[in-house]
Ligand binder design. Structure first.
Ligand code: ZN
Length: 364
């Protein structure tokens, strides 16, 4: 498929006043498979426009009409489309991102989808492999690493993703009320996020604006990231801190200032990073022979270790893909004293838990 075809296929309408959009022909509803209406057109003429479904005075959907004309899931999808009170012109937008802005990464994903089918492209993410690898190699606590990975997989339940599923119908950010709460808004675009990033001495120029999918920002950051260690660690840990405080606020805890969020992240990175650098000389590293795996399987290796002199014990987990590339690691302390066999058993248990927490199922 040519890039022109991909672009043509990948445009849809963003509803303003609905005057340019044909209800039955055009792509305009937020159902990612087709963006088109499938309900039978019994009630409205074939050439009817979306504007006939909108109350001009109040800039709201004529919800009774919508519910009467369309199948329920499509009516729900239509009613979830936000209308601006100014009823601007309709716009053609890019379907690859939630906000309709074109990005190279989203075009790449669409191209992969048209080659491999949405399922394969979405799951294997071959093109994103360098991104995953870089994220898994980051030297931060595994909960933060998982958070970064989940952001890229759009797993954190921001209001926009919940709306998309759809669990809630209002995607608007509760802090500012100005935009949908996407990962891009929450972690990058919102005034709160900007306040936080202003406090950091990282070079963030060139990362751009107008991005609702945080994967794009992370990808660019990794590309332009100066080679000095800990930058990506700090970047990701701050994101995690923003998400944590967002959830704390929802639980009635106070809003943290940008400075506080950055200091907490700096503290975490500082504490974790040096302690985890020379992993090789910590335990007696056994030679382990790597045997090749069937494709698309992941292999978990675990080890339990007891350090009698410091009265501590720990387990380590390492997950590799079929090429032997490390995709995830975890190490943690376990209660001491403990016997060697028990330590190994705990190691196996935490390996399985770790993999299943990451959503990995094809494991050996
Ligand atoms: Zn906001």
């Amino acid at each position: 498929m040519s890039s022109q075809e991909i672009v043509n296929r990948s445009l849809r309408w963003q509803v303003g006043n609905g005057k340019r959009i044909r209800i039955w022909e055009d792509k305009w509803i937020p159902t990612p498979s087709t963006f088109r209406i499938n309900s039978p057109s019994n009630h409205l003429p074939r050439e009817a426009l979306v504007s006939s479904l909108i109350n001009n005075r109040s800039a709201t959907w004529k919800s009774k009409v919508v519910k009467h004309v369309f199948l329920q899931h499509e009516a729900d999808a239509i009613l979830s489309i936000p209308l601006s009170q100014y009823l601007p012109e309709d716009k053609l937008v890019w379907v690859g991102t939630q906000n309709g802005m074109f990005t190279v990464l989203s075009a790449y994903k669409l191209a992969m989808e048209s080659l491999l089918g949405p399922h394969n492209a979405g799951n294997s993410n071959q093109g994103l492999k360098p991104l995953w690898k870089r994220i898994w190699s980051v030297n931060v606590p595994s909960k933060i690493k998982c958070f970064a990975w989940r952001v890229c997989k759009r797993i954190p339940p921001t209001k926009a993703t919940l709306c998309h599923r759809p669990i809630i119908s209002d995607p608007v950010c509760e802090v500012c009320g100005l935009a949908a709460e996407t990962t891009g808004h929450l972690l990058w675009e919102s005034n709160k996020a900007k306040e936080i990033w202003n406090e950091v001495s990282l070079n963030l120029e060139g990362l751009g604006h107008g991005c609702e999918d945080f994967t794009d920002i992370l990808w660019k950051f990794i590309e332009i990231e100066p080679s000095s260690p800990m930058n990506l660690e700090l970047f990701i840990t701050i994101c995690w801190g923003i998400w944590l405080n967002r959830n704390e606020v929802r639980n009635g805890e106070p809003v943290k200032s940008g400075g506080e969020i950055v200091r907490r992240a700096l503290y975490l990175v500082d504490e974790f990073f040096p302690a985890n650098l020379p992993a090789q000389n910590k335990a007696s590293a056994k030679e382990v022979k790597w045997s090749a795996l069937p494709r698309n399987k992941l292999k978990i290796n675990v080890d339990g270790a007891i350090f009698k002199n410091v009265r501590e014990a720990g387990v380590g987990v390492i997950i590799r893909d079929s090429q032997g590339q490390v995709v995830a690691t975890q190490s943690k302390k376990i209660p001491f004293p403990i016997g060697a066999i028990e330590a190994e058993a705990l190691a196996v248990e935490s390996g399985i838990l770790f993999a299943s927490n990451l959503g990995m199922t094809e494991v050996i």
